[in-house]
Design a protein around this ligand. Sequence first.
Ligand code: SAM
Length: 511
Amino acid sequence: MSRSSTKKREQVALFAAAILVAIGGIIYELILGAAASYLVGDSILSFSLATGVTLFGMGIGSLLVNYIKLHPATSFATNEIILGLIGGNSVMLMYLGFVFTRSHWLIFAVISLAIGICIGLEIPLLMKMFQEFGRKSSVKLFSKILALDYFGALIASLLFPLVMLPYLGLMRSAYLVAALNIGVAVLILKQMKASKIMMTISVIATMLLLGFFIYATEIEHGIDKRTYKDPVMWQQQTPYQKIVLTRYKNDTRLFLNRNLQFSSLDEARYHETLSTSALSSVANPKRVLIMGGGDGLLARDVLKYPSVEHITLVDIDEVMTNLAKTNHLLTDINQRSLHDPRVSIVNQDAFQFAFSTKDKYDVVLIDLVDPSNEKLAKLYSEQLYRQIGNILTERGVMVTQATSSFFSPHAFYMVANTVKSSHPERYVTAFSVNVPSFGEWGFVMSAPQAEVVASQPLPKNLRYQNQKLLTFLTKQNAISVPSGPTSTLVSPRITDVYNSDMRQWRYTNSF
Ligand code: SAM
C-alpha cells in the first residue's frame, strides 16, 4: 500500500477518533448528571456538579499530557481503556455508593474527576499522534480537531436523551459509551500496528464491558434486591422514573425513584382523605380530574361516589398506568379502577394538560410525586393552581397532596401559601392525616367558600374515613398556616425548601 494512502488512512482514523471521543465525553457528563439526579433528586445541583467537576478534571488532564513519555498511540489507547473502564462502571459504582454508603456525593465527585482527567488527555494526545504521523501541529489542524469535537458534542446531546436513556437506560448507556471508547483505542492501535499486549488488553476490556452491557439489567436488579428491605417483585427504569414494586406478606409497596408512594397496609388513609375531603365538599360531583395517581388507587376511591360520571386521569408515565392496569399486585389493591368505563387515562404532563384542556371539572385532585427536583416544581406553582381555578366549575373544589406536614413542614406551608396566592378570593384550608408508612401527610384544599367543606355525605365501603373524622380533620384540626413565600415558575422555591426540609431526615428513604 502506498505511503500516501497509509497516511490518508491514519488521518481518517485520527479524525474519526476525534469525533468519537467527543461523543463519549459529553455523554459521560450527561450520564453522571442524570444518575446523580435520579439517585438524590436534585437535578440542577447534580448536572452542575457533573459538568463542573468533569471540566476541572479536563483541565488537569490537559496539563498532565506533558509528563507522559509513552508512545502517543500507546498512551492514547491506554487512556481510552482507563476511561472506558471507569466511565462504563460509573453508574454501577454510583448506585452501589448510594445504596450501601453515605458518601455517594464523594464517589460521584471522584468518578467525575477521573473521567474529566481522561477526557482532558484525549485531545492533546490526539495532537501528539498527528505529529507522530508527520502532521505539523498547526492552528489549522487544532481548529479541525476542535470543530469535530464540538460537532460530536451536538450528536451526543441529541443521542443521549432521545435514544440512549429511553431505550437503554443509564447503566447500559454507560457501558455502550465505554465500549465505544475502547473501540477507538483498538482503531488507533490497529493503525499503529501497536504491541500485541496493548491489543490484547483492549480486546479483554471491550469483552468485559460488553458483558456488563448485556447483563446491566441483572446487575441493577441485583443491587435493587439488596436495597429494598422487602423482596422486589417488579421494577423498570422508564423515561420518567424508576418504578419498583415490593411485596412482603400482605404489604405491597410502590417506590418511584426510591421514594415510597404507598404501602397497601395504610394507603387508604391517604387516598380516602384526599378523595373524600374534596368530593364531600361538592354536591353530586360529576366530572373529576386526577393529576398523577397513576397507581389507580385514588381513582378507586373516586369511583365510590355514585354521582361521578367521568374521571380524567392525567399521568405522564404510560408504563405506570399500564402497570396499574395489568399487574395483579396493583389491580388487587386498586380494584381494576383504571378499567372502569368512567375512567379515561391521558398520558401527558399534568401541567401541560391543565393549560390545554377545554373541559371544566367539579373536582380536581392532585396526587403527584413530591417536588424533589426542578422538573416537578411547576406542579406546585402559583401558575398551575391559578389555572386549576380556571378549569374548575363555579362550585368546584381542588385538593392537592402537599408533602408531609411533619417531615417537610416548610414545603407544606409553602404549598398552602401558593394555593392561597393563586386565587385569594377562594377559601383555602390545610390539614393532615397520619399514614404510618410515610408519616403525617399534608393536604391543601381550595374551595369556593368555607361552608361547603365536608358538607356532603360520604360514600359507603370506605375503609378509613368517616363523616366525623373528616369534619374533625378539615375543620377542628385544620392546620393554621403562617403566611410565607410562595413558589412560582420563575422562582421554584418549593424544591429547595422541600429538599432542605428532607435533608434533616435520614430514615425517610428507608426501604
Ligand atoms: N401518593 C403519592 C405521593 O403522595 O407522593 C403519589 C403517587 S402517584 C403514583 C404519583 C404519580 O405522579 C406517578 O404515577 C407519576 O408517574 C406521576 N407524575 C409525575 N410527574 C408527573 C407529571 N409531570 N405529570 C403527570 N403525572 C406525573
